[in-house]
Design a protein around this ligand. Structure first.
Ligand SMILES: [Zn+2]
Length: 196
């Protein structure tokens, strides 16, 4: 039912340059904005440009440095949390995936590509494994200390030590947390796509 009021015809302005659009003037209406033709063409060109350069001239060494820095932060946060609270709260581990992904994107110069996604995932898995080692190491050493035994596990473990220590505390939830870590690390450097 029509209630009889007629809205004043509102002046429509280009969302970019704020020019009033005269009736019949060529324009582009998107979901939440209206653009004059030159602005729309400009923005479209910029967007295509951004998508085109996102995967060009990627500095993978810097990306790896960024990823490793992110991993170091994530590992310290998780391990620190565990040592301070004395709880192995695995969910904190997802910080690793987030920090690695962000680090990779940041130091690669805001680039995004599948190569960066793979870089990010590999580094975050290494970070997760090492953080898990550190957490277990802390718990094992303090459990033994309570029984009056002294065992010092190395900071950088040999593969067999790493495997044995990880085995002691790896459960279903760790697999879930690892999956979240990988998902975050994969998603953050994912390339933008137009209209996909
Ligand atoms: Zn405009």
């Amino acid at each position: 039912m029509d209630n009889g009021t007629v809205a004043e015809p509102e002046t429509i302005r280009c969302s970019e340059c704020n020019t009033a659009l005269t009736e019949g003037q060529d324009r582009e209406t998107t979901e939440d904005a209206v653009f004059c033709r030159p602005c729309f063409n400009n923005l479209t060109a910029q967007l295509h440009q951004a998508v085109a350069v996102q995967g060009q001239d990627i500095n993978y060494s810097m990306a790896a440095v960024g990823g490793l820095a992110g991993a170091a932060i994530g590992v310290l946060v998780w391990w620190g949390f565990t040592v301070v609270t004395n709880i192995a709260f695995g969910l904190v581990a997802v910080v690793i995936g987030f920090a690695v992904g962000k680090g990779v994107v940041m130091l690669s110069g805001d680039k995004r590509s599948q190569g960066l996604q793979i870089t990010s995932v590999i580094i975050s898995i290494l970070g997760f494994v090492y953080a898990s080692y550190l957490v277990n190491r802390t718990f094992i050493m303090s459990a033994l200390a309570e029984q009056g035994e002294t065992l010092v596990l190395p900071w950088i473990p040999a593969p067999d030590v790493l495997f044995n220590v990880l085995q002691l505390g790896f459960g279903f939830m760790d697999a879930v947390f690892l999956a979240i870590v990988v998902y975050e690390a994969w998603k953050i450097p994912a390339p933008f796509r137009i209209g996909a």
